[in-house]
Design a protein around this ligand. Structure first.
Ligand code: PCA
Length: 198
């Protein structure tokens, strides 16, 4: 059976929840004949990707990572990851790299191998706010995306990342948010696009 591994993050930066894991844990266990495996990741440079790799034997057909992007107003698949660690706040291990490369010999940027445009259109067609983002930032989410793209480049395992907004109960006054059921719907539409394009 084809398998997709979907990951969400633990809370970070003083938050008490992370919408990525709240949504990922509510995804179905089966979809369109595929097995959907869920995994919660630490918000820690290096360790997030290591946790995924430890769960990749045998390697899944696709890996869809999900993270919180506070302030965004849409579900945003990421087009690319960059070879840079530049942390505005410490990660959950207390590390705060500034201007470090993720992989000293790696390319400047790596492009998502999941069908990101199709994921965006699948969401937009239902009226769900979505757009293709060209920056996953330089914090742990980008670290995870770039590291997995480097590791699985040239293999059959496709990799991508989706950033999601704050939940309404998290968002400070005037900052955009999205109800949990819409985030779950958006991720389900992304999964359908992945499954249909395999
Ligand atoms: N968002 C952070 C890391 C964990 C998360 O959910 C980021 O965008 O890098």
């Amino acid at each position: 059976m084809s398998t997709v591994l979907v990951t969400g993050f633990e809370p970070f930066g003083g938050g008490s929840l992370n919408p990525s894991w709240e949504a990922v844990r509510r995804l179905p266990e089966r979809l369109g004949g595929w097995e959907i495996r869920r995994l919660r990741l630490p918000v820690a440079f290096g360790r997030a990707a290591e946790t995924v790799l430890a769960a990749c034997d045998p390697a899944p057909d696709a890996i869809l990572c999900v993270g919180q992007a506070g302030g965004r107003n849409a579900v945003t698949p990421e087009a690319e990851g960059v070879n840079l660690r530049e942390a505005r706040i410490p990660d959950n291990d207390g590390r705060q790299p500034r201007g470090e490369r993720i992989a000293p010999e790696g390319p400047e940027r790596l492009y998502a191998t999941l069908p990101v445009e199709r994921m965006v259109s699948a969401m937009m067609e239902t009226g769900l706010p979505a757009y293709l983002s060209h920056s996953a930032g330089t914090y742990v989410c980008n670290d995870l995306l770039y590291s997995l793209l480097l590791r699985f480049g040239g293999t059959a395992t496709r990799v991508g990342f989706v950033h999601v907004p704050f939940l309404p109960e998290q968002a400070p006054e005037g900052v955009p948010s999205m109800p949990l059921h819409d985030i779950v719907k958006g991720l389900t539409l992304c999964l359908r696009a992945i499954i249909l394009n395999s």
